[in-house]
Design a binder for this molecule. Structure first.
Ligand code: HEM
Length: 265
């Protein structure tokens, strides 16, 4: 019988030497703040990976109609989101002049190109086929985004969850084209209102989804303010108009119906 591979030591298991070898500054001589810039982006990418991992799990738990595990997973996602938002404070300790001292080295590099961030948006229901064009055909990033574009979102899983509990979710929503972004659906409002009024467990899931939606919007707001205080109204290294573009992404919920029904409750 083959033995399970041993973890060995802390360093071996976590690949610490490899991990600590991944922060290569481009400025020459190395600028002090570039290390922070690299570390924080890498940490974000790791959290994005974990968030995708948890959201994929949440989707399966919703489809299994497993309320306790769904709520537990949502709690974890929300806790990570709080950390992710709070990390902006660390980056804000970098002054505009400190950033300028190595910004030119970034060339066209920008968080704009983070495919895991787009994967998160797709998973949560904001699909954008145009985002795929930024990655060469056949690249790993493109393949991942193609898969996510064609896959159902958390919202779709939630609607099937409700239907599984006998709620009259309109058929066209259950069979919608999942490559499209979630659109407001007034026909769903009576169903959501019924959940809120009569079903505390279902209502808890709705509320955690609202937390998730709000948390993501909070990150966008904090990121744009950080951008404004660091580069003002300069264009972004990713080729957009910078803060002006980022402001167009604010106040756009993933799950619009969960917000609209509040007025009707
Ligand atoms: C000094 C720090 C930062 C500055 C000045 C900055 C600046 C910008 C700018 C100007 C954009 C607009 C796109 C473009 O580049 O033209 C952008 C987009 C973006 N940035 Fe940052 N950023 C910073 C840090 C971060 C960090 C730490 C992350 C974490 C991964 C991040 C993630 C993103 C993402 C995901 C977008 C795309 C947003 C969207 O399209 O909705 N940024 N950033």
């Amino acid at each position: 019988m083959s033995e399970k591979p041993k973890a060995g030591s802390y360093g071996e298991y976590l690949k610490v030497p490899q991990l600590l070898g991944l922060q290569k500054t481009l400025s020459d001589p190395p600028h002090h703040d570039e290390t922070l810039f690299i570390v924080i982006h890498q940490v974000y990418e790791l959290w994005f990976k974990e968030l995708l991992h948890e959201l994929d799990y949440l989707e399966t738990k919703l489809r299994d109609k497993d309320v306790p595990r769904s709520l537990h997973t949502l709690k974890r996602v929300l806790t990570i989101l709080k950390v992710v938002v709070a990390q902006i404070d660390v980056l804000e300790t970098m002054t505009p002049l400190e950033f300028l001292s190595f910004r030119a080295r970034l060339e066209s590099g920008s968080g704009f190109q983070s495919w895991q961030f787009r994967e998160l948006e797709f998973k949560l229901g904001a699909k954008s086929p145009a985002a795929l064009e930024r990655y060469p055909e056949g690249s790993e990033a493109r393949r991942r985004l193609e898969r996510r574009l064609a896959a159902a979102t958390i919202w779709d899983a939630f609607l099937h969850f409700l239907a599984g509990y006998g709620y009259k979710v309109p058929r066209e929503l259950l069979e919608r084209d999942v490559t499209q972004s979630i659109q407001p659906a007034p026909a769903l409002h009576p169903v959501l209102i019924e959940v809120y009024r009569k079903d505390p467990m279902g209502a808890s899931i709705c509320e955690r989804l609202v937390d998730l939606d709000e948390g993501f919007q909070e990150w966008r707001y904090r990121h744009v303010k950080m951008v404004e205080r660091t580069i003002g109204t300069k264009a972004g290294t990713g080729g957009s108009s910078g803060a002006e573009y980022l402001r167009t992404t604010l106040m756009k919920p993933f799950f619009p119906d969960l917000w609209t029904i509040r007025t009707e409750l």
